[in-house]
Design a protein around this ligand. Structure first.
Ligand SMILES: Cc1cc2nc3c(=O)[nH]c(=O)nc-3n(C[C@H](O)[C@H](O)[C@H](O)COP(=O)(O)OP(=O)(O)OC[C@H]3O[C@@H](n4cnc5c(N)ncnc54)[C@H](O)[C@@H]3O)c2cc1C
Length: 286
């Protein structure tokens, strides 16, 4: 199928973009890389009357690394992230997770803002954002607001964004030296959406015990989420085999994975156990 007819706007400022969205009264949609929106329009799963292209809105394509952390502008593309070698130190979890996103062509167009706003429960960046307690900056007619990633994702393909708001950036908090981390996912083919994925990090104390444990997962619930029970099972412990088994048991008790055409629930549950075990072994060995 082809998309239904739509009007196209190319604003040159954020204010102008918001005015176009307001004028659309809920029937205007932002287009960024078009890699999720255009397929949805082609299948008529999205039928916007107006597309508001962010391409000429300035300053949305910056990657800033400061004492606050890593700030990614909404128009930063996957290929920009993978080319920026500073990120392997500034947030290695992000740098690693992004290597699993899509294929070469999609990576040259798909963007940070598009991925977050599209909110696929299996997408890597939303998972990293939730695991890292990232802050999203959103601008609308009444000004700017910041929101925690965990509160931003409301359901599958659903966020807290209003129809006249623009997501402008994502801040991943500063990454201390010595942090242990891992990102693992399983997809049928490299570049496909994950059936399940784990992102994890902790800061070891001088005795090697895990503190500040963050464990997040993708592909096993309506939104990317942290696993507080699994985190509690690791906090204050050395990641021995017994502890890792306890962490996996805790994770199993707090997930309720979906069954769909890609995998049954029990398969996803098994994947979480395997990926979590491998993640924690890998994190400890870094
Ligand atoms: C073959 C294929 C494989 C893929 N594999 C993966 C994968 O493995 N992992 C993965 O994470 N993704 C994958 N994707 C999706 C891809 O990463 C998309 O690029 C991404 O999900 C959306 O980014 P975009 O810039 O293309 O957004 P668009 O398609 O332009 O927009 C997506 C949605 O976000 C909204 N939007 C965009 N920018 C903003 C903004 N700044 N503020 C508010 N709303 C906004 C749009 O209105 C639209 O609703 C795949 C896509 C394809 C086609």
């Amino acid at each position: 199928m082809k998309p239904s007819a739509f009007d196209y706007k190319s604003p040159t400022s954020l204010e102008e973009a918001i005015r176009f969205l307001q004028a659309g009264e809920g029937n205007a949609k932002i287009i960024s890389g078009g890699q999720s929106l255009m397929p949805m329009m082609a299948f008529r799963l999205a039928v916007p009357e107006v597309l508001v292209d962010l391409k000429h809105v300035p300053d949305l394509d910056q990657i800033e690394i400061t004492s606050e952390g890593v700030r990614l502008g909404a128009r930063v593309r996957w290929s920009d992230i993978s080319r920026d070698t500073r990120l392997t130190m500034a947030n290695p979890l992000l740098a690693e997770a992004i290597t699993h996103v899509a294929h070469y062509q999609v990576r040259n167009r798909g963007t940070v803002g598009g991925s977050l706003a599209h909110a696929d429960p299996s997408a890597e960046l939303p998972g990293v954002a939730v695991t890292c307690d990232a802050i999203l900056t959103i601008v609308g007619p009444d000004g700017s607001r910041n929101q925690n990633a965990a509160d931003f994702f409301v359901g599958p393909l659903e966020t807290s964004l209003a129809s006249d708001e623009v997501l402008t950036s994502l801040l991943l908090p500063a990454w201390p030296a010595g942090r242990r981390w891992s990102f693992r996912e399983f997809a049928r083919r490299k570049g496909d959406f994950a059936m399940a994925g784990i992102s994890a990090f902790y800061d070891p104390d001088p005795e090697g015990r895990a503190t500040n444990v963050h464990i997040g997962c993708i592909g096993v619930s309506d939104t990317p989420r942290r696993l507080p029970g699994a985190e509690a099972a690791l906090n204050g412990q050395r990641p021995t085999d017994d502890v890792i088994q306890a962490v996996v048991a805790a994770a199993n008790a707090e997930i309720d994975p979906p069954s769909d055409i890609h995998a049954p629930a029990e398969y996803r549950r098994g994947l979480v156990g395997t990926l979590l075990t491998r993640s924690l072994v890998e994190a400890a060995s870094r």
